[in-house]
Design a protein around this ligand. Sequence first.
Ligand SMILES: Nc1ncnc2c1ncn2[C@@H]1O[C@H](COP(=O)(O)OP(=O)(O)OP(=O)(O)O)[C@@H](O)[C@H]1O
Ligand SMILES: [Mg+2]
Length: 231
Amino acid sequence: MLTVDKVNLHYGAAQALRGVSIAAPMGKITCVLGRNGVGKTSLLRAITGQQATSAGSIAFNGADLGGLAPYRRAKLGVGFVPQGREIFPLLTVKENLETGYAPVARKDRFIPDDIFSLFPILQTMLGRRGGDLSGGQQQQLAIGRALVTRPKILVLDEPTEGIQPSIIKDIGRAIRYLRDSTGMAILLVEQYLDFCRELADHVYIMDRGEIVHEGPAETLDTPEARRHLTV
Ligand SMILES: Nc1ncnc2c1ncn2[C@@H]1O[C@H](COP(=O)(O)OP(=O)(O)OP(=O)(O)O)[C@@H](O)[C@H]1O
Ligand SMILES: [Mg+2]
């Protein structure tokens, strides 16, 4: 289980997270919803160690992540799929996947077959450059690269952003399969309400740096929850 407890995060004088507390249990899909600029990516930066926090604590399966560098968190099983995908455009698909080897023990430095069963397109495009893939294919590659690191929690930042509906379906199916077959924890940040409602076991809504709602996915249909999500 990932636990984020009363975390504050500042960019200079501007506060992006205000006392944020969430939990993402193993074997569950936990979703954080919120409009543009409410602090979703900042929360994930705090979890992955890309941005220092100014208060609170973050722990994963009993290990305190506070102050650890991103690669140390990756070694502890925190896998990250960044917003905008961040594929290396000049590296091939295979080479992009291999960048996931860094935190992995030498004996585990191979690409698990699961990745190609989930996203067969990656296998057929192994020799192509990352930059030649469509947005949806790059998103599948970004998830594949995170899976190469053998995560115990998979953290995804808006994986449906700018992606065509058929691939969104594939990604949803993959996320569900990962939860059910591996028991990993999944922490999904989204603006796409329907995607979350279908997938999530538990949801949080963020507004202006704070958690303003929490409950099972069905509670997204209450007027109180909607109020925080409509522009
Ligand atoms: N590197 C930075 N330096 C200064 N301010 C930042 C930085 N990154 C984000 N912010 C500010 O922090 C707030 C939260 O941004 P964040 O990127 O976490 O939001 P978000 O919910 O991920 O938005 P989006 O849905 O657009 O991805 C915003 O006001 C943003 O302008
Ligand atoms: Mg963001």
